[in-house]
Design a protein around this ligand. Structure first.
Ligand code: 0L1
Ligand code: MG
Length: 258
């Protein structure tokens, strides 16, 4: 591993530990997208060595709303860790994070290993045990959430916490592209979307991930949850406020900041 990858992994970990936003890594190092993944891999290796577990995967920047908000047009992948699982009924302490935002996602619970090449959306649905709704709490380690694709990948795509709704649904008979979503902050509607916002269909987005991981010699593993990509722009999470996502068929999920 190059000294630059190690140095960038150190900077990411320091920003998390000190809850301090940093400048773009790409301003100090000429990182390609592959280099960004190498940094993410190194930080993941360290977290696993400290006892965390990977519990799933997250797709990022898969919807036009997110790509426009972040000014990055490339879908990206990050890991979900056991330490980021957050109970649905517990408030999120915003002072444990830098500048949290929340985004609504359709979540797949995968029952069978999926690794490309050649994984299709139909394969994903056949391997999916359950579908539920979720809110992802993201927290970029970059000042003003300003990053390139390589930067955000190095930062595990702003991973912080995930909350899943209480109701699990079988995928059979559901067209996930047609699932409607209403996003509210403190009871005020701020955005609407459908499942089609994430690459046409959440299973299409997940198939892309399985093919991407297969090319890296990795897979979506049985039991993983896949956050299939924010359907709307992310909204800030402030103390005293609550964000609720209500999905057709899938129910609703709320995150409250304290
Ligand atoms: O889950 C995500 O969509 C994160 C990808 C982009 C990172 C961000 O919006 O901070
Ligand atoms: Mg997300």
């Amino acid at each position: 591993m190059s000294a630059a990858i190690t140095a960038c992994a150190d900077l990411v970990e320091s920003a998390v530990a000190h809850r301090t936003a940093m400048g773009r890594l790409t301003e100090q190092h000429a990182l390609t997208l592959d280099d960004g993944y190498a940094v993410q891999d190194e930080v993941a290796r360290r977290r696993l060595a400290r006892g965390e577990r990977v519990v799933g995967a997250k797709l990022g920047l898969t919807s036009p709303a997110k790509q426009q908000q972040m000014q990055v047009a490339e879908p990206v992948y990050g890991r979900l860790f056991s330490g980021g699982l957050h109970p649905a009924n517990e408030p999120v302490r915003v002072d444990t994070l830098i500048h949290p935002r929340v985004e609504p996602e359709i979540v797949l619970i995968i029952g069978q290993r999926l690794a490309g090449p050649g994984v299709s959306a139909a394969d994903v649905l056949a391997a999916t045990d359950w579908v539920c709704c979720g809110l992802e709490v993201i927290d970029s380690r970059y000042a003003d959430f300003s990053f390139t694709a390589a930067d955000v990948v190095a930062d595990n795509t702003s991973e912080a916490k995930v909350v899943v709704g209480p109701a699990m649904h079988r995928p059979d008979g559901l067209d996930l592209s047609l699932i409607g979503l209403l996003l509210e902050v403190d009871g005020v509607q701020v955005a609407t979307a459908t499942g089609a916002a994430t690459m046409g269909h959440p299973a299409e987005a997940t198939a892309m991930l399985a093919n991407f991981l297969g090319a890296r010699g990795e897979a979506i593993e049985p039991g993983w949850m896949v956050f299939t990509g924010g359907l709307t722009a992310a909204v800030p999470l402030a103390a005293g406020h609550h964000v609720t996502a209500t999905f057709g068929h899938l129910g609703s999920v709320t995150v409250r900041g304290v």
